[in-house]
Design a binder for this molecule. Structure first.
Ligand code: GBH
Length: 500
């Protein structure tokens, strides 16, 4: 009896204590958006066409509600007033992306659009005047259409053109921007664009184009990083990183086969980009090279569908990130694929893993996004162990619904995921220095149009003024930023309390 009492007290003390963890004093908080998802102004003042303009205008049947980003949140006209919304939220930084076609209408650096430079200058100056650091992504999926006409990312020439674009950005904005992300989620835009046709430019080059795309992007990233290092770092003093997306891959069972399937899946989905940059050896993960080479041979290809880096490229890419940008949303369970499953060649038959989500995990408005907070902590620990505890900045994390203002399920998501993040920092020793909520406001959710909402602000897309209204989660996030703690009992006055 006494023992039971003792254990109960101990358990309670532990869990109560766990909730009391605070974010370290220097921990940085922000919110994120991406150019195509919020800006609008798709053909304003000299902006060129990009692959999302082209896809939404010519193949609107692929977008759930047939919509596009022509106007989106109209941030092109509202960037200055939005800074006040960011200020009242209390963020340390704002993560936004540059529209390549707004800066370089044809994609190449021989012709710079002055209005593009003006637009971002004004926004950056306004952010800094209000004490908010600009955290800039160079590429969040909107390749200039003329470069797509050349084949897009599978064409290795694009790596140099990207470095030219990065040079224009450093030169024009690097005096004020000190935190750069070259690419957002390479695996997602290469997979969606060139494997599964679920993102622009919506090609289906299964098992082939996707690796060519990833290869060019890794080379482009390495070039952009080394350019900054040699030409700008001394005078501008900033840092350059990359954002990689990963779910957590949990084995479907404790059988060694499933454990291996989950490990192969994370190596080939996440290690694909993390290993060349963050491991001590560099290059693609050994298991990835080996599996794709073997599958390719079995399928009658005369060489591996995975391209090879030269030793110079391996060296250029290895170590080319000053921090580890991580986007994380959800978890999958993986098992080995049954014989005869799928149509090779494909990324998933290459990996040999079949991943899915439990039926009893809490859903969101997005079919792929289930609420699995413990997966976040496991992923952070995996990164710590695999890549020698790099400095991680969580550059996206968030939850979708249909746009309700009293968004209790989003609050539950943020509280639960941030609690796991605190445990990863305090109990596991993970080196996480920042966190970014996706998203600042509801926006154009790619193929799902405006049907899935991730914002802390609600945006009325039927109103030409695109008014922004703070949701309940906005106040909760603001309280977390102010107190540096997760407080399940906090409830803003203007809403009825949530039940958790
Ligand atoms: C992020 O990607 C993006 O960076 C951001 O732009 C986006 O708005 C946010 O997520 C919310 O989606 O529909 O079954 O084909 C997160 C990773 C990868 C999740 C692609 C959705 C499509 C699954 N995303 N995935 S499906």
């Amino acid at each position: 009896m006494r023992l039971i009492l003792y254990i109960t007290t101990l358990l309670c003390a532990c869990s109560c204590y766990a909730q009391e963890y605070a974010f370290p004093p220097n921990f940085q908080f922000g919110v994120a958006t991406a150019a195509y998802q919020v800006e609008g102004g798709w053909n304003s003042s000299g902006k060129g066409e990009n692959i999302w303009d082209r896809l939404t205008h010519t193949r609107s049947e692929l977008i759930t509600d047939g919509s596009n980003g022509d106007i989106a949140c109209d941030t092109y006209n509202k960037a200055i007033e939005d800074v006040q919304l960011l200020k009242s939220l209390g963020v340390d930084f704002y993560r936004f992306s540059f529209s390549w076609s707004r800066i370089l209408p044809t994609g190449t650096a021989n012709k710079i659009n002055p209005d593009g430079i003006r637009y971002y200058n004004e926004m950056i100056d306004e952010l800094l005047a209000n004490g908010i650091k600009p955290f800039a992504t160079m590429y969040h999926w909107d390749l200039p259409q003329p470069l797509q006409e050349l084949g897009g990312w599978p064409n290795s020439v694009i790596a140099d053109l990207f470095a030219d674009y990065a040079n224009v950005l450093y030169e024009n904005f690097g005096d004020r921007i000190k935190d750069w992300i070259t690419f957002n989620e390479v695996g997602v835009f290469c997979g969606g664009g060139y494997e599964s046709a679920s993102m622009a430019p919506a090609y289906n080059g299964a098992g082939f184009g996707v690796y060519l795309c990833g290869h060019t992007v890794l080379r482009a990233h390495g070039k952009a990083y080394r350019l900054y290092e040699s030409k700008y770092k001394a005078s501008q003093g900033g840092r350059v990183g990359i954002t990689i997306d990963s779910g957590w891959y949990e084995p479907a069972s404790e059988s060694p086969v499933d454990i291996e399937a989950a490990e192969t899946a994370i190596q080939m989905g996440f290690g694909w980009f993390a290993h060349p940059i963050f491991s001590t050896d560099g290059d693609y993960p050994p298991v990835m090279k080996q599996r794709i080479a073997q599958k390719s041979a079995e399928e009658g290809f005369s060489r591996s569908r995975l391209p090879e880096f030269t030793s110079e490229e391996i060296a250029e890419i290895r170590g080319s990130s000053d921090f580890f940008g991580l986007n994380h949303y959800t978890t999958n369970r993986c098992t080995i694929i049954p014989d005869g499953w799928g149509t090779p060649p494909s990324q998933w038959t290459d990996a040999g893993a079949l991943c899915s989500q439990d039926a009893d995990w809490e859903p969101s408005a997005s079919s792929w996004l289930k609420v699995v907070p413990w997966g976040f902590r496991k992923l952070l620990v995996w990164i710590k162990n695999e890549y020698n505890n790099p400095e991680v900045v969580v550059t996206e994390n968030g939850f979708s619904d249909r746009g309700e203002l009293r968004d209790c399920r989003r609050i539950n998501y943020y509280n639960s995921y941030l609690e796991q993040l605190l445990k990863a920092i305090h109990e596991d020793g993970c080196n996480v220095s920042g966190y970014t909520a996706w998203s600042f406001m509801d926006n154009f959710e790619w193929m799902r149009g405006f049907t899935e909402r991730f914002g802390l602000y609600y945006v009325d897309f039927n109103d030409p003024n695109r008014p922004r209204t703070p949701k309940m989660s906005y106040y909760v996030y603001k309280n977390i930023l102010a107190t540096k703690r997760v407080d399940w009992k906090y409830s803003p006055d203007s809403f009825d309390e949530c039940e958790f």
